[in-house]
Design a protein around this ligand. Structure first.
Ligand SMILES: *Cc1c(COP(=O)(O)O)cnc(C)c1O
Length: 467
């Protein structure tokens, strides 16, 4: 037996089912899939005795090829229901866009646009001219530039302003921010030289002052985002740093990260500097993400003084960091919400932030009720409770704080990992939190209409496990 029963590629290709596939998919891809599946079968057959006949192996191969091609066609990026309570979850793609932004992206995708053409002059234009008027109006600054993400924004700014020169940074701000963004690494890539001053917990203005020499090109302050030193610590406020910059003729840049446009203390959260306050506080350049608290698509925004931003626009590195029309469309539509009176009503990120305890309790009780009903209809016995939970903003904003919310706790008789696995691999995928023996579905981050999908996913996942 063994390998002698392995069908040839040609035998598999002539199977009627495969012939149908070749009608639908390109031949080369189908043949490639057959080769891969036969390789797998060969490895298995050479490792252990098999009683399978040649037609049986062929049939299995045909089945495997079909499902491999279906998976390929479906692609791997898919909808995930976020029941973790973390509003800006980097692994889940951060901000959910507003309706208006989603429509703008779709419209730009399905048509040609004036991306790089000046329609009035009939001449070549710049893709960077589109979002800039909105940003300068909102932030009351001279100029702005949008790139691929905030890491790119920092890289471009450092490379433009300080390549081959020195950049002074406090030791307390040399942090790594989620997704392996490290200031020292970015600095190295930019060609600028990092000069560390102060200590991990305390840095004074005189530390910067004493480090300045004729090679110093930039004073950089970094929002430590998801990291906080509490207790005996001190950093130099941005306005004091900018006074020093003015005195010594050195620009000051602030890497703000989250890009908060609104005061979030009204949501019961601690103070998080807004982009505008950083610019008003004297930063010559502020960099931030478009997909954190700003609530837009992945992008990095550089705002501040025209003379520095003009230099960045001329830097050839910008070509490698440039944004496409879809990002521009989504970001413009997101920013357009901010020039209106109640931006928080249109942006999902802010709707989630603003959800009050009563409405969350209501939502959790409703979800729990729906799960109970659906479970009992299928004869599944379950322990379900509604509990207060701690939600989080995520994206590096107010890391030490939580938002009081509610969740539905499902206590599983058997380990929750199996259920969580089924939820993750279902359609759509559902991501709750796991704690001890329970699955907790935080309701704050569920989007309108997703409750029913969670109920279906959960009872489907439980079927055959609990009963
Ligand atoms: C998130 C963050 C970054 C990285 O931004 P991306 O948009 O993820 O590239 C850089 N600096 C700070 C302070 C951040 O919070």
């Amino acid at each position: 037996m063994g390998l002698s029963n392995l069908p040839s590629v040609d035998e598999v290709i002539n199977d009627p089912e495969i012939m149908r596939l070749i009608n639908y998919y390109t031949r080369a891809v189908v043949v490639g899939a057959i080769r891969r599946e036969l390789d797998i079968a060969r490895r298995i057959l050479s490792q252990k005795e098999s009683t399978l006949t040649r037609p049986e192996i062929k049939q299995q191969t045909v089945k495997a090829v079909c499902s491999r091609l279906l998976e390929l066609e479906k692609g791997s990026l898919k909808e995930v229901i976020n029941a973790t309570g973390v509003i800006l979850h980097t692994n889940l793609g951060r901000a959910v866009l507003s309706e208006r932004a989603a429509e703008a992206v779709k419209k730009a995708a399905l048509s040609y646009t004036n991306l790089e053409i000046d329609l009035i002059k009939g001449e070549r234009g710049s893709r960077y001219s589109h979002v800039e008027p909105l940003l300068t109006a909102l932030l009351d600054c001279e100029a702005a530039l949008v790139v691929n993400n905030n890491a790119a924004a920092v890289l471009l700014a450092l490379n433009t302003l300080a390549a081959g020169k020195k950049v002074i940074v406090s030791r307390g701000q040399l942090v790594e921010i989620g997704g392996s963004f490290r200031i020292p690494e970015i600095m190295k890539m930019s060609g600028a030289r990092l000069v560390e001053v102060g200590t991990t917990n305390k840095t004074y203005l005189r530390d910067y002052e004493e480090a300045i020499d004729e090679e110093t090109a930039l004073l950089l302050s970094v929002h430590t985002s998801n990291f906080r030193i509490i207790g005996f610590s001190q950093e130099v406020p941005l306005n004091e740093l900018s006074m020093l910059g003015i005195r010594r003729g050195i620009p000051v840049m602030h890497d703000l990260g989250s890009g908060t446009m609104l005061d979030i203390t009204s949501y019961g959260l601690g103070y998080e500097p807004t982009v505008k306050s950083c610019l008003a506080g004297g930063a010559d350049i502020v960099t931030f993400s478009g997909d954190k608290l700003l609530g837009g698509p992945q992008s990095g925004i550089i705002a501040g003084r025209k003379k520095y931003i003009d230099m960045m626009k001329k830097n050839h590195l910008l070509r490698a960091l440039r944004v496409d029309k879809l990002t521009i469309a989504g970001l413009e539509a997101t920013l357009a919400e901010y020039i209106k009176n109640r931006p928080q009503e249109a942006l999902p990120v802010y709707r989630m932030l603003a959800a009050d305890k009563e409405s969350l309790l209501n939502k959790a009780q409703q979800l729990a009720g729906q799960i109970r009903t659906a479970a009992s209809e299928r004869g599944i016995e379950l322990a379900i409770e509604v509990h207060p939970v701690q939600d989080m903003v995520g994206g590096g904003a107010v890391p030490a704080e939580t938002l009081p919310g509610y969740g539905v706790t499902v206590i599983a008789q058997r380990g929750p990992e199996e259920i969580a696995f089924r939820l993750r691999t279902g359609e759509p995928a559902v991501l709750p939190r796991i704690q001890n023996q329970s699955l907790i579905f935080h309701v704050r981050t569920l989007l309108p209409g997703q409750e029913e999908k969670v109920v279906m996913a959960l009872v489907n996942a439980l079927e055959g496990i609990v009963a």
